[in-house]
Design a protein around this ligand. Structure first.
Ligand code: LLP
Length: 411
C-alpha cells in the first residue's frame, strides 16, 4: 500500500506531498483496496461457514466507508441510534444490522424496531423486559440474541477486554439458561441467536476459540429445552499487528476451529469485525511544525494531536511513524507530540526520525478507532478524510471550519 519513490512516500499511486498540498494536514488517508482485501481475508478463511460480516461501525463510521463495506456485502454492528442513522444514511440495509451495547435507550430501541433491524444483542434482564414492552406497544416481535459473557480472559488491554465476570458487558454464563427461558416466555420477543464478544485487539485466537466452545455448549443445552437459536454471533474480529513484535493472529486457525466446533449444528455465523477490516487501510498524514530540544529529550511537534488520534495517550498504544518527505539525513531520537496543552498529548515516544520543520510524517494503522474517536478538544477543527484507490483520490470528509466549532451553540 505504501512505497517510497525517489525518497518520497506514496500511498498506491498518490504521493503524500500531493495530498498535503491539495487537502492540507492533518489528514486521514484510507486505501480502498486494503479494505477490500481485509474483507476477502475473512470471506476466504470462513468460506465454509459463509458468515455475515457485520462491520463494527464504531471503528469508523464515515458514510463513504460504510457504503463501501455495504457494497462488499457486509452488514453492520451498531451500538447507538446515531450509528444506525449513519448506516441508513449510507444506504446500508436495516435487515443486515445487529444492535449491541449495554445501555440502549427506549428511543433507540423504538428507532431500531421501526427500521427493521436484523437482531438486538441483549445484555441484561432489564433490557429484555424493556425490549419486550416496546415491541408489544409497536405490535411487532423483537428479534433477539442474548449477549452471554463466557468468562474467558481475552488477554488484551484492560480497557478493551470485555469477557470477564468483572466487566459490565453481557449476561453471566451461569445465568444464561435462565435468561433464555425468560426471553422465550416473553410474548413479543423472537429468539434469533446467541452472541458473545470477549474483547478487542486479540492477537491470540485461543480465547476466541474457547469462547466459541462455551457458546456451543450452551447452544446444546438450549436445544435440549426446545429453544432453538438460528445464529451464533462471535463478536468482534481478530487483532492486528501494530508493530513487528506483535503476534499475527491466525484467522484460518480460528475459522477452522469454529467450523469444527459448530459441526453439523444448524447455526449460521455472524462476526462483528471492526479493527481488522479498516485499521491497516488508514494513515494519518501530518506536518512537522517544530523540532524542539528539551532539557532531557527532543520533541518533534506536529500538527496532529491527541484530539485527532486518542489511542496512544488512552491505551499507550503504539503506532508506527514514518517520514513521508526527506529534507535531511540527520536522525534524532524524539517524542512525537501535538500542540495540545496536556503532557499526555503524544503520538509516539522515543522515535528515531530524520525530519525537520515542514516535513511530512505518516502515522500508521489508524483506520480503526482513529477518526471515529476524534474530538474538538482545544477548539481544534477535526481533520479531513480522503479515500485513495490507484491514482484516484476522493475527499470523503471535508476539514471542519471555525464555524463548525460552534455550530450547535446557542448565543
Ligand atoms: N462488537 C462489539 C460488541 C464490540 O464492543 C466491539 C468493539 C466490536 C464488535 C469490534 O471489535 P474489533 O473487531 O474492532 O476488535 N477504542 C479501542 C477499541 C474498542 C473496542 C470496543 N468494542 C481501541 O482503539 O483499541
Amino acid at each position: 500500500m505504501l512505497q517510497l519513490v525517489h525518497d518520497e512516500l506514496y500511498i498506491d499511486q498518490v504521493s503524500f506531498k500531493s495530498l498535503a498540498e491539495e487537502y492540507g494536514t492533518p489528514l486521514y488517508v484510507y486505501h480502498q483496496p486494503t479494505m477490500q482485501n481485509a474483507v476477502l481475508a475473512y470471506k476466504n478463511a470462513f468460506a465454509a461457514l459463509n458468515p455475515l460480516l457485520c462491520f463494527a461501525v464504531k471503528a469508523n463510521g464515515n458514510l463513504s466507508i460504510l457504503r463501501y463495506f455495504a457494497s462488499l456485502g457486509c452488514g453492520f454492528d451498531i451500538v447507538s441510534g446515531g450509528e444506525l442513522a449513519r448506516v441508513l444514511q449510507a444506504g446500508g440495509q436495516a435487515n443486515q444490522v445487529i444492535f449491541s451495547g449495554v445501555g440502549k435507550s427506549e428511543k433507540e430501541i423504538r428507532f431500531a424496531l421501526e427500521s427493521g433491524i436484523r437482531c438486538f444483542n441483549v445484555e441484561s434482564i432489564a433490557e429484555l423486559h424493556r425490549l419486550n414492552d416496546i415491541a408489544g406497544s409497536l405490535k411487532c416481535k423483537a428479534p433477539v440474541s442474548l449477549r452471554i459473557n463466557p468468562d474467558v480472559d481475552a488477554k488484551t488491554h484492560p480497557y478493551i477486554s470485555t469477557g470477564l465476570k468483572s466487566n459490565k458487558f453481557g449476561i453471566a454464563y451461569d445465568d444464561a439458561l435462565e435468561a433464555y427461558r425468560l426471553a422465550n416466555s416473553l410474548p413479543d420477543l423472537d429468539i434469533q441467536g446467541m452472541d458473545c464478544h470477549i474483547g478487542s485487539q486479540l492477537t491470540d485466537v485461543a480465547p476466541l476459540i474457547e469462547a466459541c466452545e462455551r457458546m456451543v455448549r450452551l447452544y446444546d443445552q438450549l436445544v435440549a429445552e426446545n429453544i432453538n437459536p438460528h445464529h451464533l454471533d462471535l463478536g468482534g474480529g481478530v487483532g492486528i499487528c501494530y508493530q513487528e513484535s506483535d503476534h499475527q493472529p491466525d484467522l484460518s486457525l480460528y475459522a477452522y476451529a469454529v467450523k469444527e466446533i459448530i459441526g453439523n449444528r444448524p447455526l449460521s455465523l455472524i462476526l462483528e469485525p471492526g479493527r481488522s477490516l479498516i485499521a491497516k487501510a488508514g494513515v494519518l498524514l501530518t506536518q512537522v511544525e517544530y523540532i524542539k530540544q528539551g532539557e532531557e529529550k527532543n520533541f518533534i511537534i506536529i500538527d496532529a494531536a491527541m484530539n485527532d488520534l486518542m489511542r496512544p495517550t488512552l491505551y499507550q498504544a503504539y503506532h508506527h511513524i514514518q517520514a513521508a518527505t526527506h529534507q535531511t539525513n540527520h536522525e534524532i531520537v524524539a517524542d512525537v507530540v501535538g500542540p495540545i496543552c496536556e503532557t499526555g498529548d503524544w503520538l509516539g515516544k522515543a522515535r528515531t526520525l530524520a525530519v525537520q520543520s515542514g516535513d511530512l510524517l505518516v502515522i500508521h494503522d489508524v483506520g480503526a478507532y482513529g477518526a471515529s474517536m476524534a474530538s474538538n478538544y482545544n477548539a481544534r477543527c477535526r481533520a479531513a478524510e480522503v479515500m485513495v484507490s490507484g491514482s484516484l483520490k476522493t475527499l470523503i470528509r471535508r476539514r471542519e471550519t471555525m464555524e463548525d466549532l460552534w455550530r450547535c451553540e446557542v448565543e
